[in-house]
Design a protein around this ligand. Structure first.
Ligand code: GLN
Length: 193
C-alpha cells in the first residue's frame, strides 16, 4: 500500500512523517503520474484558495477526480476538507470538488490568533481523548443524510465520513498520535483488491 500526500502547499511533510511512523510507504503527490502509484490520498491543511490555484497549475484536478471515481479513499484536513466539500457558505464561488455532501464555513473559529488545541473524544479510534489542533479552521455547517459524524467539539461536527471520503477540521499531523491515520489506512486497505 502506498499513501500519497498532496504536496503543493501547507504542512504536507508532517503528514508524510506520520505515515512513515506507521511503517507505510508514503509519497508526495505533485504530478498526474503520481496518482497512478498511490492507494489513498491526504489533502493537507494550508490555504484552500492557494491549493486550488496550484492544483490547476500542476494539472491535477482531472487526476484527482479520476482517483475519486475509482473509489480510492481521500482524507482532507482543514483546507483539505474545504476542497472536498460540496459547498463553501461564505465563499460560494470558490472551487471545491464536492466529493462529500457537506457545507463548510471557512475561518469559522476566527483568525490565526484564535487558533487553539483541545482534547476531544473520538470513539472510532478508542477510549483515550485525541488532542485536536484548530488553525483558522473551517466549520461544517451542514451535513447530508449519507454523511456520518465521527466526532464533535461542543456542538460542531469536526470529523466526518461519507463512503471513502474522510474530512476533519483540525490538524492531526501536529500531534504524536497516529490513531486517525490508522483509521484512514484501514479504509485504504479495504479498498485495495
Ligand atoms: N483558513 C484556511 C482556508 O480557509 C484553512 C486553514 C488550515 O488549513 N489550517 O483555506
Amino acid at each position: 500500500m502506498i499513501l500519497g500526500i498532496l504536496g503543493l502547499q501547507g504542512d504536507f511533510y508532517a503528514h508524510k512523517k506520520m505515515g512513515e511512523k506507521l511503517g507505510i510507504e508514503t509519497i508526495i503527490v505533485r504530478s498526474p503520474e503520481d496518482f497512478e502509484k498511490i492507494d489513498g490520498l491526504i489533502i493537507p491543511g494550508g490555504e484552500s484558495t492557494t491549493i486550488t490555484k496550484l492544483l490547476s497549475r500542476y494539472n491535477l484536478i482531472k487526476s484527482l477526480k479520476k482517483f475519486h471515481k475509482e473509489g480510492k479513499p481521500i482524507f482532507g484536513t482543514c483546507a483539505g476538507m474545504i476542497l472536498l466539500a460540496k459547498k463553501i457558505d461564505n465563499h460560494p464561488d470558490q472551487f471545491s470538488f464536492g466529493f462529500i455532501d457537506i457545507s463548510v464555513k471557512r475561518n469559522a473559529y476566527g483568525r490565526q490568533i484564535e487558533s487553539f488545541e483541545e482534547d476531544v473524544s473520538i470513539p472510532i479510534i478508542g477510549k483515550n481523548p485525541f488532542r485536536t489542533v484548530f488553525i483558522r479552521a473551517p466549520k461544517i455547517s451542514r451535513m447530508g443524510k449519507s454523511v456520518e459524524s465521527l466526532a464533535k467539539h461542543n456542538s460542531d461536527h469536526i470529523l466526518a465520513r461519507e463512503g471513502n471520503i474522510l474530512v476533519g477540521s483540525f490538524h492531526p499531523e501536529l500531534t504524536e498520535d497516529t490513531r486517525i491515520y490508522e483509521y484512514f489506512l484501514e479504509m485504504v486497505k479495504r479498498t485495495k483488491p
